[in-house]
Design a protein around this ligand. Sequence first.
Ligand SMILES: *Cc1c(COP(=O)(O)O)cnc(C)c1O
Length: 365
Amino acid sequence: MTRIWNFSAGPAALPEAALSKAQEELLNWHGAGASVMEMSHRGKCFTEVIREAEADLRDLLAIPENYKVLFLQGGATLQFSAIPLNLLAGRSADYMVTGAWSKKAWQEAARIGKVRLAATTEVDGRPSDGFTRFPRADEIAIDPKAAYLHLCTNETIHGVEARDESLLPEGVTLAADMSSHILSRPMEVSRYGIIYAGAQKNVGPSGLTLVIVREDLLGQAEVIPRLLDYRAQAENDSMLNTPATFAIYMAGLVFKWLKKEGGLTRMADLSHEKSARVYEAIEQSEGFYRNPVDKECRSRMNIPFRLANAELEARFVRESEAAGFMGLKGHKSVGGLRASLYNAMPLEGVAALVDFMREFAARQG
Ligand SMILES: *Cc1c(COP(=O)(O)O)cnc(C)c1O
């Protein structure tokens, strides 16, 4: 069986070692005589799975003691609602709109309560224009009384990333959507009030959402659905109801793999190296491939690029699929192409992609 190079934005490639481990343990987990999928979430075996997953995640991200780790469902999208429901408490919140995802978060919060636009890099409300950079500090107008400031630190569709914490605004509680770059580098967790991520990009299978929330932010909401209440979830170890057990198990295997591979410092080095190779291929193509994002804000995880016209882009997709690549088509809202280089993508796969890009350009040019 051959596995292909999977550049999908999500659900995305998983480390082969984690998949093999799951295969090996699928029918009989650690001698329990059953699959993790078939176990009670309250039993001894699964309790061990979820505790280890949390401990490994805390280790990898150096999560401080005063933060809770929650294993929730509903995707990152449900957090667009959960965050205002938990944190607004009658106040207003600030939003930075830097791409399609943070815009969705802002629009959803506006349905729930009072929100302000603290910064936007959109141009004329057209999703295919603008969104080519992270705002500078002097462009972010923060309301000092805001309940929180929401931002997306890696815009998966537009390929814009806050590459380190020095770009973050200060003096306000930050709520960060890190769905597509969590675990790609060490993160200064204490700079954020809440971090969340759908698992299916850089963590594990879909169906699981990670939430890392500072304890003092719990319990501010008056009446909200209990399943969305961070305090209730924290008090019940994410088990108010049945959690996504198999997805948590898979994420746990990914955490173990990350630790074995050298942790997040190693992932940061690799992400730098992998993305640099693709950006270099784009730059050296003399305009054959184009990426509109400002150099210092270019995502190491998701690299959108365009060709001269839609027909050529369609040909690129077709020929790349025939050559053993998957998932290079851009998001439907913006078109074009996109290569996602999550932790599970080895350097070898990136080298193969870069070769293909050069060869395709030479053939067309
Ligand atoms: C994929 C993605 C989402 C949506 O995630 P779901 O889990 O499908 O709800 C939100 N934000 C970002 C940054 C994403 O990449």
